[in-house]
Design a binder for this molecule. Sequence first.
Ligand code: DMJ
Length: 947
Amino acid sequence: MMTLLRVSLILLGVVALSTGEADKAALKEQVLEMFMHGYNSYMKYAWPADELMPLTCAGRVRGVTPSRGDVDDSLGNFSLTLIDTLDTLIVVGAYDEFEDAVKKVVENVRFDSDLIVSVFETNIRVLGGLISGHLMSELLRGQQPQRLKWYTDRQLLKMAVDLGDRLLPAFNTSSGLPYSRINLRNGMSDHLKRQKDTCTACGGTMLLEMAALSRLTGNPVYEEKARKAMDFLWSQRHRSSDLMGTVLDVHNGAWVRRDSGIGAGIDSYYEYCLKAYILLGDHAYLERFNRHYDAVMRYVNKGPLFFDVQMHRPTIATRSFMDSLLAFWPGLQVLKGDISEAVQMHEMLFQVVQKHKFLPEAFTHDLQVHWAEHPLRPEFIESTYFLYRATRDPHYLEVAKTVMDSLNDHVRVKCGWAGVKDIRVMTHEDRMDSFVLSETFKYLYLIFAESDDLIFDPDNYVLTTEAHFLPLHLGDSKENALPRRLMLDPDERLSDAALRSVRPVLPLYGAQKSKERLGEEARAVRERTQNVLEELNALQRHSSGQQVSPQQVCSQNAERLRAIDFNPSNPAQLQQLQEMGITLSYGEDSRLLLTHQGTAAKSQEHAQWGIIFMTEIAEMARAGSAEPSPAAPADPIYVQLLTPPHLGLPVLTGSLALYGSKLHTRANGRITIAQPLRACGTLENRNEVKDSIVIVERSDCMFIEKTRIAQAAGAVGVIVIDSNPDSAWAGSASFSMSGDTKSDDDVHVPTVFLFRKEGEWLMKVREKKREAVDQKEASPDSFLFIADHWFSTWLLHQRERRISGAKEAPICLHTDGLVARIVIDEENEGAGPLYVQFAFRFGPVSTESEPIEHQGIVERHVNHIGSIAEFESNEERHAFMNLVRSAGYHSLGLSVKDEPMTPRLANALRTAIIEETMPDSISGLTGDLTRVRCYVTDKMIPCEIVP
Ligand code: DMJ
């Protein structure tokens, strides 16, 4: 393991970490200059227009500048950039400019325009900008009475009320979830009401601004509306996975897009669950956030990477890329108190930034560019800010400096800062979105600023999703209580005096840890992350041949567009669709319609691609609307190496043999390499093979013969590696090993076929492990897990061990020890379940222990099983959980009544989907396994300990 680590550090340690506290003042001045370059350009060339076009040195005016489609819904001819930038002017200490800006907004901006705008964008950018602009005006005037003498009538707040009132009609839906677009002057026309789909983030990012407006004006209506929308969204979560989709119907809440991630379409809904708690102190939002967070980290997160999955079948991935909006997540993880996870994800993002200079709009799981635009978004730097505040680790100063250098080197133009059209060739786009000044430069400045640079303490505020400051006192309910505060500084967390004077809003993560200790821990996490990513990259390079040049990447991108990668707001992809003869239109209800006409395609080949694309879309739509159903055993099959540093990544894809009719498709165990490798005769290392997954090579005899030989030696699984030296999963037609039709199918261990590249990787890893053992650096075994879908549980499990500092421990798995397993009568299909088997680990708790201890240990199992099982209804879940309790108490030797067999329980047993996990995955459980079986009968379901 150590050898691997050193190699990775040499490869990836390209950044000389030199920026320290001493450089902060100079870097702060540099950011100030950069911000002013953008701001002055906007004022000179664009104001009063909404946005600056930095290449043409002019303003973007809705209705005058050619439309860009949906993106223009942020514009309302209301000097968007100026309003969005007000509080950044205060942050950077540009008080003259601030006073001038407030005056310009008050005197010139009106909202009575016949324009359709996005409710979400108008709320976060304009309403949020006005509210925090108002608060900052009062603050500045209070501290420097010679300024803003004329600001005596809450002018900006009154404008916010005007705008808030104009947005309210959007909430008049059956569910309370707002429509996505509204006409500023005329409200909701019939045409707008027909557009009933909205994104989860759109409806779920209203509460902070609306609650602030209510609390500042005393009019509760805004907060009430936004709370109702949040409640409705919560009620639409998937009851089993706790995940959310990205698009739903505002009337009935039906999910239109069930893919679930943390980026576009969902991002700030999760953010507002936590921040609503921070601002308003309402525990219900924290509980919701925690449930969603656990679900995301369980299903969407795999090591440092994130995969969108189906909300109702979260083991199925739906996209092959990550989008840049998800870069806000580490910042949120800091607020949640999950620093180590935040460090890990941020490091992954930093690898992308180092590779490509900026975070592309979308990037693949091997960190390549998927969609090459970069409109100077703030999310990565936002997370850098939160990580720096939490750890004060100079690494994050260096990261911020890297970002500043890229901005200066690549996107500074005469009239401001230009978005990037293609980061591979650094071409510019004529756009400078309002968030560049509102967020990107604000976070950069805040990283380098000291507390006495600001006229307010940022820890007394929460930042909205558009980085507008809202004071925590807005949510204070109890008088005389200590002021609430975002406690982020490590020194303060160690100071009793500080803790006596404020109430920390957030968990005091690492409360006892010094800056140095936090820094060391973060460094270790970053190194491990680099290591895992490097392995992943090596595999990718290996299976795709050579490194590719940017030009090759560009031309590769011209390959067939797959439906799974399709994003309707990506102009390059729209162009690709056109070339394939596909046209896009919107139906009456605003849903996207695709029409294919082969003759309109650019070439015969493009027309063919068009047909394939349409078929894929149709299949995805079918899958998306299908109700959850038990997953059928599927080809491909996945192989995951559990041992650190791999922790389940990368996931190798192979295929299951067609023989082995009685086998279970999962296996886990140590890796052993057959001797001789082709395994066509007696194995020389039978002892080693016993209870392990054995690797053999294709050729010389039939597949089934190899399996029989390994099975006879006691193997629990077989991996056959292709003998063709160039084969790889990518680019190969799927392959299934067939058996021997002449004899009986006596195989009961699973056999998986891996192409050469994947197989060689596995062997190489095992070899390295052996070398490490020779140097006495690690335990000898590498553990594999084979299944028909890939698991995050093992990652979490392993990560827990790693974080808690436990020594790398082999996991010995037996399917008989699964936490919960419903066994059906295979002989008599249709007869339903025979029994349910549970496996418990009770540690020190025994029959003699106190009742509270019995309850505690049983409930831990109940909670865990609840989190890995999916039911058709809550009633069924409830019935099943009572059975778990009953089985648990029974296993503890307590006298409990048998559970009655109700129709609900019967249905739960027929339809539940339970992920296969071991009791080890419930953190901290010790002791022997106690297995108990509960037998299904007509009336009761009595349980018995399995001897
Ligand atoms: C901003 O308007 C906000 O941060 C929003 O929540 C997400 N998108 C942009 C910046 O990328």
